[in-house]
Design a protein around this ligand. Structure first.
Ligand SMILES: [Zn+2]
Length: 168
């Protein structure tokens, strides 16, 4: 009778701690691209690896969208594939595609469509897929927001941004 509550606690602990980890400097390229693209959105893919339940960003790659607006960005699949293949040729084999990122010039977090899209991508993958949204506030500062999707279900997660307190 004492086993069940501790097992339930164990299962709860196992389920929850998924984080997106951005070691120092890894988001700089995305932040610079987001600032350069203003007033329009931009975005791209996240390159990195998985560590237990966590997703670790190694670098952010921009996939420009010439049709992007202040509130929409579409990531071109063929261009992303080419950029990814070039990265895979020149880096360590434990690194690969781990997710998507894009900027929000307006102070808005991930939209319902953003979350649905990352959930749909995760259905095609055996591994968790991350979404990083760079959200600009009224004072021109960028906040980073993270989601991780597995098997078609997306959850907002803690972002560990080791640079400073941009993560919210
Ligand atoms: Zn969005």
């Amino acid at each position: 009778m004492t086993v069940f509550p501790s097992l339930a606690r164990f299962l709860r602990r196992r389920r929850i701690p998924r984080r997106l980890i951005a070691p120092a400097g890894t988001c700089d390229a995305a932040l610079a691209a987001a600032a350069a693209a203003l007033p329009r959105e931009t975005g791209g893919i996240l390159f990195g690896y998985r560590a237990g339940d966590d997703v670790v960003i190694e670098r952010t790659l921009e996939i420009p969208d010439s049709a992007a607006t202040a509130s929409s960005y579409r990531r071109d699949h063929a261009m992303a594939q080419r950029v990814l293949e070039r990265q895979l040729e020149s880096t360590s084999p434990h690194l690969g595609y781990v997710g998507e990122w894009h900027s929000h010039p307006a102070p808005a977090g991930a939209s319902g469509q953003d979350v649905r899209e990352i959930a749909a991508i995760s259905k095609l993958s055996a591994n968790p897929i991350a979404l990083l949204v760079l959200r600009r506030d009224a004072r021109d500062r960028w906040g980073l927001h993270a989601w991780i999707a597995t098997g078609g279900v997306a959850d907002q997660v803690e972002l560990i941004d080791t640079d400073n307190s941009r993560a919210t």
